[in-house]
Write a protein of this length. Structure first.
Length: 284
């Protein structure tokens, strides 16, 4: 069986797609993989402000089109970047085993209280503002290494990155910056953070059954149910992160909340999201 994998061209995306290819080859005897490198709108329009243009599908739509045109069999996405709804004819077959999920505060060496923080994510801005109430926010864009270089160079005093991306790239430190992991009590990770999603044409998901990871799907499907229920794009300050037994939740209306989760909660994701949101005071 041969799989053509549609991927973005960034160093992180290529690393992630190589991980998918390795897992397909390990799980399916005789399987072969080929990469189709696609430029997405988000890659092309580096001058676009993610805050102003909105991010929905910016890094994923062109990969989906490659699937729909039959040019690729699997689209490899950072789950975090993938909108909640699939275009007609496509499904998310599942996820690779999740990487570490926390955020990391990246500080320029010598700075302990940043005056400027480079992030356009309302989720990150509002959570980190609790730690640094005086900070102002700027936007920095680019690949992981570009962002680290910009902090070392002084474009901003700090930024926030997902630990997963740095870990996959093998980055454990960077000259001129200090990395400080953020706990879930300081920064609740984005829905799907640290997970790699495998999307395919409806009907093909069975071919990937041996490749995908059930515990990751259990958590991520519940997180995505909160997103769907709130109708939240990435422009709203909201986060939901499920571990085996705990929900870490953030919303601009509630702040960070921590709730217990039981196995039965994971079995009925939308009912669980509806119930918990109601308990937290969200209506309709
Ligand atoms: N929005 C960009 C993006 N999409 C996924 C990751 C990190 C890797 C992951 O969460 O799997 C990143 C970079 C970042 O937030 O630092």
């Amino acid at each position: 069986m041969k799989f053509i994998l549609a991927t973005r061209k960034s160093p992180l995306a290529l690393t992630q797609t190589e991980m998918v290819a390795a897992r397909i080859k390990a799980a399916i005897p005789g399987a072969e993989c080929e990469l189709l490198k696609v430029v997405t709108t988000g890659d092309q329009r580096v001058e676009w402000s993610l805050a102003k243009q909105g991010g929905k599908g910016l890094f994923t739509a062109e990969l989906e089109q490659a699937l729909l045109r039959g040019e690729a069999d699997v689209a490899v996405h950072s789950c975090k970047d993938l909108p909640g709804d699939n275009p007609p004819g496509l499904v998310v077959a599942g996820f690779l085993p999740r990487e570490v999920t926390h955020d990391v505060l990246v500080l320029r060496e010598g700075v302990s209280v940043p005056a400027t923080i480079g992030t356009s994510s309302p989720r990150r801005q509002q959570q980190i503002a609790k730690l640094f109430p005086q900070a102002t926010f700027t936007e920095i864009r680019g690949n992981v290494d570009t962002r680290l270089k910009k902090i070392a160079a002084g474009d901003a005093d700090a930024t926030i990155l997902a630990a997963a991306g740095m870990k996959r790239l093998g980055i454990t430190g960077w000259p001129g910056v200090v990395l400080r992991p953020l706990s879930f009590a300081e920064s609740v990770p984005a829905v799907g953070q640290g997970a790699i999603a495998l999307q395919c044409r409806a009907g093909d998901e069975g071919k990937l059954a041996a490749v995908v990871d059930a515990p990751t799907a259990r958590a991520v499907v519940l997180e995505r149910a909160f997103q769907a229920s709130l109708g939240a794009g990435c422009q709203i300050a909201f986060a939901a992160h499920a571990t085996r037994d705990t929900l870490h939740f953030f919303h601009e209306k509630t702040g960070i909340r921590t709730l217990p989760l039981r196995d039965a909660d994971f079995a009925a994701p939308s009912a669980t999201a509806g119930r918990i949101l109601q308990e937290l005071g969200f209506h309709g």
